[in-house]
Design a protein around this ligand. Structure first.
Ligand code: THU
Length: 151
């Protein structure tokens, strides 16, 4: 039986779609440009209209200039006109641990709402389902910029 789940999120019976998104994040991991960390990451983001954009980490000799896989995937989507998302899968080579998005990536995702699913995965393709609200509680978002202020 399917359960309703959060608005815009893949329902529990979308196992097949989730697995396909996970596979795409693993495929994107193959393109990781990570000569410094040697830590490959791939991401696949699913837009509300069902389009998938993928990304990998892109490192730089000036280390802080590097990009995470999630940011690459989301930026590709936004630059093609997509700002509404259902889910993102993240893949690394970690064997025994799920790859969770870094803090900056969580904030990057949060810009586009809290009601979408994050699938951190292990290298065998197993995944967890989390909402962005769980990963980044009490977050700061676009609406806060126009909230009542004293000055
Ligand atoms: N990395 C990501 O791409 N996403 C994350 O959420 C965690 C970290 C990348 C950044 C860097 O290229 C490498 O992993 C090691 O930190």
């Amino acid at each position: 039986m399917s359960s309703p789940g959060p608005v815009g999120a893949l329902s529990e019976d979308s196992n097949h779609s989730i697995r396909s998104l996970v596979q795409k994040s693993q495929d994107a991991r193959e393109q990781a440009y990570c000569p410094y960390s040697k830590f490959r990451v791939g991401a696949a983001v699913l837009t509300s209209d069902g389009t998938v954009f993928t990304g990998c980490n892109v490192e730089n000799a000036s280390y802080p200039a590097g990009l995470c896989a999630e940011m690459t995937a989301i930026s590709k989507a936004v630059s093609e006109g997509h700002t509404s998302f259902q889910a993102i899968a993240i893949a690394s080579d970690l064997k025994d641990q799920y790859i969770f998005p870094c803090g900056v990536c969580r904030q990057f995702m949060r810009e586009f709402g809290l009601e979408w699913d994050i699938y951190p995965t292990k290298s065998d393709g197993s995944y967890q389902t989390m909402t962005l609200d769980e990963l980044l509680p009490h977050s700061f978002g676009p609406a806060d910029l126009s909230a009542r202020r004293n000055h």
